[in-house]
Design a protein around this ligand. Sequence first.
Ligand SMILES: *Cc1c(COP(=O)(O)O)cnc(C)c1O
Length: 224
Amino acid sequence: MPVNSEAYKKIAAELKDKNVTLVAVSKTKPVEDILELYQLGQRDFGENYVQELVDKYEQLPKDIRWHFIGHLQSNKVKLIAPFITLIHSVDTQKLLREINKQAIKNDRIIDCLLQDHIAKEETKFGLDEEELKELLTTDFKDFKNVTLKGLMGMASFTDNAEIVRKEFQFLKSLFDKYSTLQTTNYKLQTLSMGMSSDYKMAIEEGSNMVRIGSLLFGERAAKK
Ligand SMILES: *Cc1c(COP(=O)(O)O)cnc(C)c1O
């Protein structure tokens, strides 16, 4: 499947108008495809497998901002810590601790989003409401090298638009609540929600960062 550069131009312009950041999800796609969008001006790319991301990072221009959007194992953090721009998928304190440790080693501050479990339809990775509160309100005196920038969520895989909308609304309500709560140590500013099938709705419901893959790069072959 070739890159759909017409779709890219249209979506990129639409999102720019709305001040929504486009993360082009390039998982399973070759570096040539990424370069094609790069040449059209795209700089934010998302990957969800560590080794694949590292391989692509090494081959591609160094001003690309890489986003890690998949489930991240603690023992792999060290591989992406030197260059990652934003980790969308923090879902345990243990993982956050490891990101902080590797950030210190690389003399960096790593921005992270907390992934929330919003899909009612099936089990997915992510924090429930209690765990989210706990992570945001713990006084992380020794977590100086991570910044919690916002929240990320994935809606249910369903054709029922009302279910998806309700899940987005729920995530937005958490975002609003914790953006204003005095006891949190972080100022949440990024709300990462919406993919190819539901990004328009996600933006209507308050998203300011969308992760779009198949609309730009074509369908993925395997079930990755
Ligand atoms: C693959 C993936 C996307 C993009 O999905 P599309 O439906 O191809 O747009 C977005 N977010 C996450 C977490 C993903 O794994």
